[in-house]
Design a protein around this ligand. Structure first.
Ligand code: ZN
Length: 247
């Protein structure tokens, strides 16, 4: 686990090939995404390391309900009855009324490369015993509730990676939490820098490509992605320079 402070109130935490974020306002914490199931202890530890207890968590904001983003949620709900907000269309996905996630055969196909093999092994270890994890208490947040959380957020609907994928913007510090709508690195990508996840991860590739424009927020100048390092850059500039948008 690596914790990095990216703005006054925001810490980005890197776990098993995935990030989550902690936003603190002094008394409370908002947790954005929650790692793999195997990252659960690290998520709890990261909250303590920034000087808080699990009881201080006001809510988890979930960008989308893939296994590498929901891992610690069952424990947080069990220990502190933490509220879980996500996009309206992501609620049924979190409840596993349907599943829009990479399939086992698609994962096995990654074994043809050394990079892919390493990623499959790491992923298998990070999810083992928890393949059926779901978030029955997930609920849609209304704008007033999001604005009132520690940090204060605006939801940005970014369908594509999943139908209900939702990014979160924190106006007070210009921080954008993009989840998997825009990342800066992943074990299956050749290099770092702002980019989309490999197509195999995106439920709808065209919507993923088009949807990234919603993140070109004038006041945003820090990007905290679901995977890869944080980037300090004006978001509209960063997005205009994405290679596939310049073609
Ligand atoms: Zn995902």
């Amino acid at each position: 686990m690596k914790i990095e402070q990216v703005s006054d109130s925001v810490h980005m935490v890197s776990g098993t090939n995935v990030n989550w974020a902690l936003v603190s306002d002094g008394s409370g914490v908002t947790v954005i995404d929650a790692g793999y199931p195997a990252d659960t202890a690290a998520v709890l530890d990261s909250v303590r390391r920034i000087g808080h207890t699990v009881g201080d968590i006001a809510a988890v904001l979930l960008t989308h309900a893939h296994l590498d983003h929901i891992g610690a949620i069952p424990t947080l709900v069990e220990q502190a009855n933490v509220v879980v907000y996500t996009g309206e269309l992501e609620v049924p996905h979190a409840k596993r009324e349907f599943l829009q996630q990479i399939t086992a055969p698609q994962m096995l196909r990654q074994l043809t490369t050394r990079r892919g093999t390493r990623w499959v092994m790491q992923t298998a270890r990070a999810v083992i015993g928890h393949i059926d994890m779901r978030v029955p208490t997930a609920q849609a947040a209304d704008p007033t509730a999001l604005a009132a959380l520690p940090g204060g957020f605006v939801a940005i609907s970014t369908p594509g990676h999943t139908d209900g994928h939702t990014a979160y913007f924190m106006p007070s510090e210009g921080v954008l939490f993009s989840g998997d709508a825009l990342v800066t690195g992943h074990p299956l990508l050749p290099g770092t820098g702002p980019q989309l996840l490999p197509k195999v991860f995106n439920h709808d590739q065209t919507r993923t490509q088009v949807g990234v424009q919603a993140l070109a927020i004038e006041q945003a100048h820090v990007l905290v992605p679901g995977h890869g390092p944080a980037i300090h850059q004006h978001l509209p500039t960063l997005i205009a320079e994405l290679p596939y948008l310049r073609e």
